[in-house]
Design a protein around this ligand. Structure first.
Ligand code: JHZ
Length: 407
């Protein structure tokens, strides 16, 4: 990436190299294990002009998103989260029945279904053919498409402007942010709200959540570069609300510059805090990289010691971030006997790069291994609670991120 995606500066400082890895959701069937997998460099840099953190290299989107295996709807945490997002945003945007809501990266339409329940007109946009097919079959109109300015104009011509546009965990996936934000501007009702959610870079760095850095996530946001981005396109951040989800995220509300929405004082507070916490200083990023390589050493030595003592270990959660952790730390079937995961699309397959077999969650209680490495650590509360029987019978979870610990 020779230029910053937001401000076009060439002043990019590379601070993290996680090595060469396959794409994070590139799960394999048994027969695909025989073929050589394609690996891509995974490096992060920071722009020292607008302080956007980004990957140094962009993998073509078609390789990653045409057929997508991640769905949010198998988690009750995600269902509750999306329901509360729909309630909060509807209130802020004064959403009325028959107003249009468009979700960019609508996945299996979980979020849109809450707006539909409340009488809004809804439209999903997602490039994943398999997920769009499922959503359309469930009565949620979904266009198989990337969100672009051209598409936004087509939607306006066919459906009118949108009172709410949502983009949860998708803005980080977009390479041409200027075109997409121009599209938002064209599609957004004069008093409408664009609502994005993305992992917050401050939490990512503070809690050493390096496994959120993977090929799908091209950018890692603080408010500062986002404000610069929206300002260039006649849009304004009116509020930022911290979210617990995915290790710490930001929900950012954006309106037209001239809308009647007032800007919440929280926005200014986020901007000040990011400066105070030295997110505009290169050493913050360099020291993060040093901590990550130490974390790797600590985790690998713990797992190796447990294996030496004859303990059985499995993985919990075939998440994309789990695949980053396993590839970076070379955690293979020599260490993890298998992984359990609730996603039907992943079960029966093997993890990219490390080739660990994935089974349904029930196998954990049946086999009662000594330890489960919680690679979906961002759902620790939900997963620990649902597996209380495993823990009562002596099973332990190893939580690798945000301070290595055993619970
Ligand atoms: P999870 C995804 O990343 C993909 P991933 C995407 N790129 C993105 O931006 C982030 O989310 C935010 C399983 N699980 O959400 C389901 C159980 O097995 O951390 C999932 O495979 N049992 C769009 O893949 C995985 O864990 C459970 O009880 O890193 C969680 O994946 C629960 C709650 C989850 O995201």
């Amino acid at each position: 990436m020779p230029y910053c995606r937001i401000c076009s500066s060439t002043k990019l400082h590379t601070f993290l190299d996680l090595g060469r890895m396959p794409i994070p959701n590139g799960f394999l069937t048994k027969s695909q294990l025989l073929h050589k997998e394609k690996r891509y460099p995974l490096k992060a840099c920071v722009c020292t002009t607008c302080w956007l953190v980004q990957l140094t290299r962009v993998i073509p989107a078609e390789i990653m998103f045409k057929n997508y295996v991640y769905i949010p709807s198998t988690s009750t945490t995600m269902l509750d989260h999306f329901e509360s997002l729909s309630i909060e945003s509807s209130k802020k945007a004064h959403l009325r029945k028959k107003n249009l809501v468009v979700d960019i990266g609508s996945n299996d339409a979980t979020l849109l279904s809450y707006y539909k329940k409340n009488g809004a007109r809804i439209l999903g946009v997602d490039p994943a053919e398999n997920l769009a097919k499922k959503a359309n079959a469930q009565g949620i109109p979904t266009m198989v498409h990337y969100f672009t300015k051209d598409l936004a104009r087509r939607i306006v011509a066919d459906h009118g402007t949108a009172k709410i546009i949502t983009a949860t965990n998708v803005i980080a996936h977009i390479d041409d942010l200027h075109d997409a934000v121009d599209g938002v501007r064209a599609l957004l009702h004069p008093q409408g709200l664009f609502v994005i959610e993305a992992p917050y870079l401050v939490d990512l760095i503070d809690n050493n959540e390096f496994d959120t850095i993977y090929h799908e996530h091209l950018s890692y946001f603080t408010i500062h570069p986002l404000q610069r981005l929206f300002g260039k396109h006649g849009l304004r951040i009116i509020d930022v609300v911290k979210q617990h989800i995915h290790g710490g995220s930001i929900r950012v509300y954006v309106s037209h510059v001239n809308s009647s929405h007032t800007t919440h004082p929280r926005v200014g507070k986020f901007l000040i805090e990011e400066k105070v916490k030295q997110f505009h200083t290169i050493s913050t990023y360099d020291t993060f990289a040093v901590r990550i390589s130490q974390m790797k050493k600590n985790l690998v030595s713990l797992l190796k010691r447990m294996k030496k003592e004859g303990k059985s270990i499995i993985g919990y959660g075939a998440s994309a971030k789990g695949n980053v952790l396993e590839n970076y730390c070379a955690i293979t079937p020599n260490i993890l006997d298998y992984i359990v995961d609730s996603t039907p699309y992943k079960q029966g397959k093997y993890t990219p790069g490390t080739h660990i077999r994935i089974y349904p969650e029930e196998k954990l209680l049946k086999d009662q291994p000594d330890y489960a490495l919680l690679t979906s650590w961002n759902f620790a509360e939900e997963i620990l609670e649902k597996n209380s029987k495993y823990r009562e019978a002596g099973g332990r979870f190893i939580i690798p991120i945000s301070g290595l610990r055993i619970v």
